[in-house]
Write a protein that binds this ligand. Structure first.
Ligand code: SAM
Length: 280
């Protein structure tokens, strides 16, 4: 009989956040696949759990998945944990879960601690529509391109960040996305939990004076559609219709004309006639 994989969140700082069900699952599992077995040993010792562990981290997940799948095929119940919070959320787990699904091995997940959900729910920021970006790429073109893409994102944007990168990330966000409101959730569920809400420019100044400490979730206000429209207008204001059309050179002419008409709040016919006039 095939076993099953149980994705099991663990606390992000406060041991009391381990659920009853999570504890029982870790106790009753045949094996715990852990991101860092030494780290998880602390958790198991705290709860007096003696279940054997196998490591499954970012650098060996692919090959470990083979071994864990063998155990699952033998009928074992395997609990998957990461160092903190929900596995597979900016943590290892996705590969193993996908492999199980591909092979028809049952997978289930327990609800539990997750830093960004905790931060968002206590921030008061717009939580109706949001995107979770996890960690930004460390640098270079990839980071610049991600930031450029996010500059037009109207939904609330959520990032994870380590303290030693916080200042640079805040400065990059300010430069690429403009001065918006940001909520900084620090050391959530721990003794010195803090939620600071300010403008990005103020956050940059604040952390120039104060050294960032602990773990952070950043929740950034989405782009204001009115500001986006104004910026868009700045792009083509003063241009001839032919130049404006060139902004949409990647679109078929008909589509480009539709877009130009929409930007200027005129009809397609007006654009067409105007272009003919410019040509003559
Ligand atoms: N899987 C985890 C989850 O479910 O949230 C996330 C793991 S990710 C490797 C670690 C990042 O999560 C940290 O760098 C920080 O951005 C965020 N984080 C984790 N615990 C936190 C806490 N107690 N307070 C604030 N942020 C936290």
């Amino acid at each position: 009989m095939t076993g099953r994989l149980i994705v099991c969140p663990t606390p992000i700082g406060n041991m009391e956040d381990m659920t009853e069900r999570g504890r029982r699952v870790l106790e009753e599992a045949d094996l715990i696949a852990a991101e860092d077995t030494r780290h998880t040993l602390g958790l198991l010792n705290h709860f007096g759990i003696k279940t054997p562990m196998i490591s499954c981290h970012r650098y060996n997940e692919q090959e470990r998945a083979d071994l864990i799948l063998e155990k699952l095929r033998e009928g074992m119940t395997v609990a998957l944990v990461s160092d903190a919070g929900t596995p597979a959320i900016s943590d290892p787990g996705e590969i193993l879960v996908r492999r199980c699904r591909q092979e028809g091995i049952p997978v289930t997940a327990l609800p539990g601690a997750c830093a960004f959900v905790t931060a968002l729910s206590m921030s008061g920021m717009n939580s109706r529509r949001f995107v979770f970006e996890g960690f930004l790429p460390a640098g270079g073109k990839e980071r610049r391109e991600r930031l450029a893409a996010l500059s037009k994102e109207e939904r609330t944007v959520i990032f994870y960040e380590a303290p030693h990168h916080l200042h640079k990330t805040l400065a990059d966000l300010l430069e690429a996305l403009g001065d918006r409101e940001i909520a900084l959730g620090r050391e959530l569920t721990k003794r010195y939990e803090e939620m600071l809400i300010m403008r990005l420019s103020a956050a940059v100044s604040y952390y120039q004076e104060k050294e960032p400490r602990g773990e952070y979730v950043l929740i950034l206000q989405g782009a204001d559609p009115l500001v986006l429209a104004r910026e868009e207008k700045k792009r083509w204001e003063g241009m001839s219709l032919t130049e404006h059309m060139a902004l949409y050179s990647d679109l078929p002419a008909k589509e480009a004309m539709k877009q130009v008409a929409k930007d200027r709040g005129v009809s397609k016919r007006d654009v067409y006639n105007g272009l003919l006039k410019e040509e003559s």
